[in-house]
Design a protein. Structure first.
Length: 297
């Protein structure tokens, strides 16, 4: 693994034993818990600048999903790469850490479906929510999966994603404006996925995206969307990159429809990796939001 990214990610590694598999997580700082859930093909590295800031006065927990980042990368026989497994893993980790209340939950990309599915199970544990370019409900009306996802799920998907690392490299190029010009940051996004076996989870994540009712994750997606109302009274901040080719404006509009009281930081020039494109705007906004709501549920 190329280690030049280490200076960008100076955190101590922790591991939770997930039935013999090691799930890596960051656990920095003290105070009220902040839980950050990443998507695909990123890992907790995506949150590094926000971790560094919020851990000054909060306990920040940022896991790597199994098969991602610094977590173990098991075979399909050792682990079921499904949305259900991801939600159960998040629950198991937080229970093991005794993180039971006062949580600020921050989600991005497919981490939104994972994190919000868990949050809808335990709304009493949630204090605040930060939503960034993600979803947790059925596809908005008129929206279809982008061609890149359709291609990745097709016959060439395995070759492109596992053989050529096309999904991770493509994300580095298309999801932020500055990753390709920064060798340390680029290495951080690519290093965990340097071989065919290490890219298994990246492909399985794409294959598990629910696009039709018979897909295994469809029922969790539907149930999560139906129960988001349980979180309607929690303070929410929506941070949205306007140049996201996957989570485009209809997703943003759906979040606002469901949570009309949410605060919004609309970043029309930012791409999917909002924290890469606009950290100087997003990080102060998240900090101000957290400080603004000290007496929430």
């Amino acid at each position: 693994m190329n280690e030049i990214w280490r200076a960008e990610y100076p955190f101590k590694s922790h591991y939770w034993d997930r039935q013999g598999l090691k799930l890596h997580y960051v656990d920095e700082g003290q105070g009220e818990p902040v839980v950050m859930v990443h998507g695909n093909p990123s890992w907790s590295f995506y949150y590094r600048k926000l971790i560094a800031d919020l851990s000054k006065d909060h306990r920040v927990i940022a896991p790597d999903h199994i098969g991602m980042g610094l977590s173990d990368k098991p075979t399909d026989e050792q682990y079921r790469y499904t949305l259900q497994s991801r939600v159960d893993d998040l629950e198991g980790l937080l229970d093991s850490l005794k993180v039971q209340s006062g949580i600020t939950l921050i989600v991005h990309d497919w981490g939104g479906m994972i994190g919000m599915a868990w949050a809808c199970r335990h709304p009493e544990r949630i204090k605040r929510l930060v939503i960034t370019n993600t979803w947790a409900f059925d596809w908005p009306a008129g929206v279809k999966p982008p061609w890149q996802i359709k291609l990745a799920r097709g016959p060439l998907g395995s070759l492109l994603i596992r053989g050529f690392n096309a999904f991770s490299r493509g994300a580095a190029m298309a999801c932020a404006s500055n990753i390709m010009g920064n060798p340390e940051v680029l290495a951080g996004y690519l290093a965990p996925y340097s071989s065919w076996d290490e890219r298994r989870a990246v492909l399985r994540f794409v294959e598990d995206i629910p696009v039709k009712p018979e897909d295994p994750a469809w029922e969790i997606m539907r149930r999560t969307g139906d129960t988001l109302y349980k979180l309607a009274d929690r303070p929410m901040l929506i941070v949205w990159g306007g140049r996201d080719f996957v989570f485009n404006r209809p997703f943003f509009d759906e979040w606002r429809r469901r949570f009309p009281k949410a605060e919004v930081l609309d970043l029309p020039e930012a791409k999917h990796y909002v924290l890469e494109d606009s950290p100087e705007l997003m990080i102060p906004a998240v900090r101000a939001f957290v400080q603004k709501h000290p007496s929430a549920v």
